[in-house]
Design a protein. Sequence first.
Length: 313
Amino acid sequence: MSDLDLRDLDAFVAIARTRNFRRAALHQDVSVSSLSQRLRGLEERLGVRLFNRTTRSVALTEAGELLLSRIGPAMHAVNGAFDEVRGLRGVPSGRLRINAPPPAIDLVLAPMVAPFLAAFPKVDLEVIGQSSFVDIVAEGYDAGVRYGEHLAQDMIAVALGSPQRYAVVASPDYIARHGRPKHPKDVLEHPCIRVRFGRGTMLDWEFEKAGRAVNVSPPAKLIVNYPGAAYRAARDGFGFWLTFEGYVREDIKAGSLVSVLDDWCAPFPGPFLYYPSRRQIPPALAAFIAFVGEWRKRERKTSAVVPDKRRSP
């Protein structure tokens, strides 16, 4: 029975329930001859007659009654499932899984979460923080978040946030005792807090000024993979920490941390949301992409109306 066509069974159920070929054909949106052909094919494959039919009436045979009693509820469930899935096209719902590095979650995604879920209450959002690169398709994610230099060429990318920048910070007490570096290479003379990523990598500290790039690998007196520990150590006067400015902006304003080498910390593009195809995007993801677009528009309008009072790089 591997060659059995689901449409043949659907045609059989339509005829059985209407007891009329013409009404069944209208219900199926096919011609009467096409419907009759499907029934004949089904009867030939089963080797039994399913209907007794005359020019005036259509009646189920014993075999037809048995088949209808067994597959009628199943076909109803199948058609209901199809209708439910088609309905998802109009109303974003279900689970949306996004993989992102922790800084992108903390500084860019997190403010969007509650407003997005309020706008689309039928969506269940799952955000997984992971610094190492993953195959989002193989791992079952709908989308990922990465910075531009790490995006695969076959992915569709949408800008998720405004430009960002790094900051090198230390406590006021540490600066008072050990001085302020004037050049990126000066940090090599100081204890530094380094970040080790998921696969064991520790990235160099990258600086740029007037088109000149300088990379340094400072002494790793403290290595962490969690920003909370690094933040506390910097506040406690351990040494210098290079991090996203968004993590320490308020501390810099309050004076609990001091930013150095500002003129070497150039802005860079913010993170991108990426996904594998434009075809038949899951409704929940399509809703999030549209939401991000509107969020960015409001963000740009706010930036244009309220001047950025942060210190320039």
